[in-house]
Design a protein around this ligand. Sequence first.
Ligand code: NAD
Length: 503
Amino acid sequence: MTFDPHKESLKVGIVGAGAMGRGIAQVSVTGGMQAVIFDTKEGSAKEACSFIEDMIDRAVSKGRLQAEEGEASKGRLSVANTLGDFKDCDLVVEAIVENIDIKQSVFKQIEEAVSDDTIIASNTSSIRISSIASACKNKNRIAGLHFFNPVPLMKLVEVINGTETSKETTDALCVIGKRMGRVPVVVKDAPGFLVNLGGRAYTTEALRIVSEGVAEPHEVDAIMRDACGFRMGPFELADLTGIDVNFPVSQIIYEGYFHDKRLATAPLHESMMEAGRLGRKTKAGFYEYDENGEIIRPAPADVPNVEPAKRAYLPEPVPALEPLLRDLGISILAVDDGVSPILAAPVGEDCTSLALRLKLDAKRLVAIDMLTGVHLHATVMAAPGANDETVDSVMAALRKVTNSVTRIKDCPGFIAQRIRAMVANLGCEMAQIGVATPEDIDKGMKLGLNYPLGSIELAEYMGTKNTHTILEQLQRITGEERYRPSQWLRRRALLNLPIHTAD
Ligand SMILES: NC(=O)c1ccc[n+]([C@@H]2O[C@H](COP(=O)([O-])OP(=O)(O)OC[C@H]3O[C@@H](n4cnc5c(N)ncnc54)[C@H](O)[C@@H]3O)[C@@H](O)[C@H]2O)c1
């Protein structure tokens, strides 16, 4: 490859004038490059050009683009009648149907049409770049350039290195990605690439929690939104993406990683798919929807109107609980009086294990999740057979500092600790196996999925040791290898190192 990716007249050929091809062409021309679109369906490329012109006009009318820039961008857009019209393209991006045989055949045709210097990239979301490249003669100029939908709004682009992609090709795609106004992250050619892999933990762990009867989907969503700052809860997100999309993606990635249990989804996911409850698009999913397609949110359970707890016994010192109890007007007993609530703030432990470990009366034991914004949305849990009046009195007291209190069933790691630890663990495992650099993994999760923090930053935010402990407890209590901590996390937690420390 000899072309300069900074050159002003850089020309991008786009194969496929669908949702993605249009977006890629739009960001190419608004990024100052020329874009030429080809589609086998008669009239599609021309229609795509009109669509893009409208989008550019709209951006101008909203003041997001100068009028002259808009006109110049439209002037850089054209239609290709055959792939032969790509002969002077510096880069060709393929965005056609997701089918390996068709993609391989199109890549062979593109190779015939373009010069030896042209980079050829695929926007595939699930096919290995090396599989596509295996049909090509010159494999080191083949790479992935994976955009997100809708392209003009989603800032991230994954630059995927096939087994034989040259560094020159990767570097050039990063430059071109930036010229398109995107933030490039360099990613290994592995199932789900970065974002689709990194996003697995959030929904699959939430599905496990609901399948175990710990809480209802709307309760999980409220906690993840209110207390953890996620823009959407895992179930709202699954309904929005569509169960017919996220269930097969989960399965492909699980198969691709040879049944790594950390990536497994729950049978409930498949049941929803089989039942045709696909989410927003079918107006039925984890939620019900009204006739306008708006989500019908079940009302949160009432906090019982009982006398708030006044005294409590703390079997273990928890520094964070003491100021909270002061705010709640709860005085701390020096010894258990046999009637007052016993309060704890476990990290990764469930009430049953805690009661056995400290020989406590499990009926009066109430656990509060102190690792997760208690003032934003408090979560309490109790063991099976717990005394409801005791739990209610603690919930009533918590109402003094928050409007939202949710009681869940006994569960190691509550809801937020458990989901966040699984998101962080997957991020760490991705760093361990070199899916991308830790910094790019964080960037990818924030820009590709709107997470409030990158998965790896999340481990640091919760405390690397806490994150490691939550996973160890989950693994010990459930006996499941799903919860085994990534070695990346384990080493940095035990050595007390910053989580982004390179190997
Ligand atoms: N839609 C998304 O959210 C999304 C996100 C990231 C990546 N992707 C990937 O991008 C690719 C395109 O997805 P899309 O949603 O734009 O699809 P789409 O169905 O909207 O568009 C595909 C276009 O390709 C054209 N086409 C099919 N075969 C062709 C061929 N042999 N030569 C030229 N044109 C051909 C079709 O006529 C159609 O216009 C897929 O690989 C998909 O996995 C999609």
